[in-house]
Ligand binder design. Structure first.
Ligand code: AMP
Ligand code: ZN
Length: 113
């Protein structure tokens, strides 16, 4: 999608600090990190958000979680990490290309703010 920030990152038109990529997904450092590890995992395919994903995309959605777990292992986040989808205005979603937040490296409170 031409007018999508994360599609532009995938296309290399906007720079990012990549931490993982393969034919299905890309992971890069969040520009405004909320924890020592704050990585975004996105599918290469444009999906507006988890609320827009279809059954045909179930494998891709699950795959993003596995990429997050792989990065968490690499970063030795066994003590605790969180994967988050923000959906809609109340949750603070600002980018409408599916992205999974991987947060770790500090103690996190519950419930989240
Ligand atoms: P959300 O609020 O869930 O839609 O998350 C969007 C995330 O994208 C925020 O955590 C932003 O800090 C992050 N973000 C926005 N622009 C960029 C960028 N150019 N590179 C990396 N992360 C970005
Ligand atoms: Zn996109």
């Amino acid at each position: 999608m031409t007018d999508c920030l994360f599609c532009k990152i995938i296309a290399g038109k906007i720079p990012s600090k990549k931490v993982y990529e393969d034919e299905k997904a890309l992971a890069f450092e969040d520009i405004n990190p909320q924890a020592p590890t704050h990585v975004l995992i996105i599918p290469r395919k444009h999906i507006a958000g988890i609320d827009q994903a279809t059954d045909a995309e179930a494998e891709l959605v699950g795959y993003c979680q596995l990429v997050a777990a792989k990065i968490a292992r690499e970063r030795k986040l066994g003590h605790g990490f969180r994967t988050v989808y923000n959906v809609g205005p109340d949750a603070g979603q600002t980018v409408f290309h599916l992205h999974l937040h991987l947060l770790g490296g500090r103690k996190m409170s519950w419930p989240p703010g």
